[in-house]
Design a protein around this ligand. Structure first.
Ligand code: ADP
Length: 505
């Protein structure tokens, strides 16, 4: 029944036949277009669809937040799941993802999930106090569905694919349940978020007392959801090969580097793809005009429209630098703020969209007040504007201190907007620095800083500006990026190979 890895790569027809036997439950706390706070939602929206396209029988499991319930009016109850800590029971609903049709199970439990606010934070930006319960239930339901005596007797997964800390307890629950069927995998999208809670949650969530130890889910006298996932999952993936190596070092491991290094053989780095239909300058409905790698002059019209919309001086020649990002320490935008005036004095403009830490929001807003014709700052989340900035700016700025994969640099590549990035994680794996050699051999796609430091950022921006002034070279860099295959096909095949490897063990 199982194809070998070689078969997976060489004979797609055989894969599709064998894959129809592989059932995967993809557990996530956010999925585009149902609910999104960051890159995990993009991955959860696209990867299952790509896997299904290869023949996998995959279903998503997600909490029934109000936003999810509202977007899936056809959801119908399919099972009653009891034996759950503190809340007793929930109803499981089944629907299909909009656009892709991937089946999605929704945990219907209004007292836990149907509230005004985000999936993790309340309206004032504080973590929901009962997050350990909310995501403990997500994890336990996932594990129950992966056992032979699951209430969904007609669909029991072979692979339980968890994502980040929110479903990190699922492999632990599964480990201690009798009658388990599935093998488990956890994908690490960002190690900075670990889901650590006071030890009393171990008992409250019905985790076995013996699991609360160094060789288990204890982390500095707390229960760590993420450590549980890393410790108990049969296989671990991260979202880029470089990040897979980085997290085994103290600089990037957030204290989990020892455990991760001890599991080095089970860690696989698979670079995320992007949703190439959604992010396509040739069809993007948010743009005043569309363009592709053969009609790059149209990009100027998008730029002028953006300048006008944002209140910047309308001028095609002026280099326009863009940012779309969470404004947090991780994203390194404090470095950009510290060199921004120097960049503006060189005649550039800046368009920023983002939200997050107050000090960064205020810093950029103050800059916009000082340079109203050169700087536009939009605080908040705005999907259409994120597309317009990606298309309308000339250079995309992404100086992350660490970046598990990063999607925005890939959107920049696809939109003919070469990115300036740090040499870390997925940025290092997706952007090729421009120099005489890479320009000649056709691989140059952007600008890679020497280090995560303001001076290095400034010199990379100046390096980019020098190429920008040379229209012929600039077009080459733009086209190299636009012609890359950034879709999910390669990554999805790599996940399939891993699933099959796991099932064969
Ligand atoms: P992360 O998940 O760490 O925030 P990624 O680059 O992996 O970073 O993904 C960020 C996703 O969120 C992208 O799809 C990006 O376009 C989107 N995004 C971030 N901030 C905003 C914003 N303020 N408005 C619209 N989209 C945003």
């Amino acid at each position: 029944m199982l194809a070998s890895l070689q078969t997976v790569l060489i004979t797609p027809r055989i894969i599709i036949k064998s894959l129809s036997f592989v059932r995967i439950l993809f557990v996530t706390s956010e999925a585009y277009p149902l609910i999104k706070t960051g890159g995990l939602a993009d991955v959860s929206g696209s990867l299952p669809a790509a896997l299904r396209g290869l023949g996998a029988d995959i279903r998503i499991l997600i909490p029934g937040y109000q936003q999810v319930i509202d977007k899936l009016p056809d959801a119908r109850p399919v099972a009653h799941i009891d034996n759950l800590p503190l809340i007793g029971a929930v109803t499981l609903m089944l629907a299909e993802m909009p656009d892709t049709g991937v089946p999605v199970y929704i945990i219907h439990c209004p007292s836990l999930y149907q509230r005004a606010g985000g999936p993790y934070l309340d309206a004032s930006g504080r973590d929901w106090e009962d997050n350990p319960l909310r995501f403990g239930i997500l994890s336990r339901v996932a594990a129950i569905l992966s056992c032979r005596n699951s209430p969904l007797s007609d669909w029991i997964p072979d692979i339980l694919h968890c994502n980040d800390w929110q479903s990190g307890l699922a492999p632990a629950y599964l480990h201690y349940m009798p009658d388990t069927h599935a093998r488990s995998m956890i994908s690490l999208h960002n190690l900075a978020f670990q889901g650590c809670y006071p030890a009393h949650w171990v008992e409250r969530l019905w985790l076995p007392t013996e699991s609360y130890q160094m060789h288990g889910l204890e982390y500095h006298h707390q229960l760590s959801f993420l450590k549980a996932g890393i410790y108990y999952a049969d296989s671990i993936t991260t979202v880029s090969p470089t990040y897979a190596r980085e997290i085994q070092t103290s600089q990037y491991g957030f204290g989990l580097e020892g455990l991760l290094a001890s599991r080095a053989h089970e860690i696989h780095g698979i670079l995320n793809g992007i949703e190439t239909q959604e992010w396509n300058p040739a069809t993007d409905p948010y743009l005043v005009t569309q363009y592709d790698d053969r009609h790059l002059d149209n990009k100027n019209a998008v730029k002028n429209a953006l300048q006008s919309q944002l209140g910047l001086s309308v001028n095609t020649e002026t280099p326009l630098l863009g940012v779309v990002s969470r404004l947090t320490h991780q994203k390194g935008l404090d470095m950009f703020l510290s060199v921004a005036e120097t960049v503006l004095q060189q005649g550039c403009q800046i368009a920023l969209l983002g939200g997050g830490e107050a000090v960064l929001e205020q810093g950029f807003k103050a800059l916009a007040l000082l340079y109203p014709n050169q700087v536009s700052v939009n605080i908040g989340y705005n999907e259409p504007l994120s597309h317009q900035i990606m298309a309308g700016v000339d250079i995309f700025i992404m100086p992350s201190r660490f970046e598990p994969c990063g999607l925005n640099q890939m959107y920049g590549l696809r939109y003919g907007t070469p990115p300036v990035v740090t040499p870390t994680g997925g940025l290092a794996d997706s952007v090729v620095d421009t120099n005489a050699e890479t320009l000649r051999n056709g691989t140059a796609t952007g600008f890679v800083m020497d280090a995560p430091a303001p001076g290095a950022l400034l010199s990379s921006i100046e390096h980019a500006l020098a190429y920008y002034r040379n229209q012929k070279s600039w077009r080459k860099i733009q086209r190299n990026g636009m012609r890359l295959d950034l879709g999910w096909a390669h990554s999805a095949q790599a996940y399939i190979a891993l699933y099959q490897q796991l099932m064969g063990q």
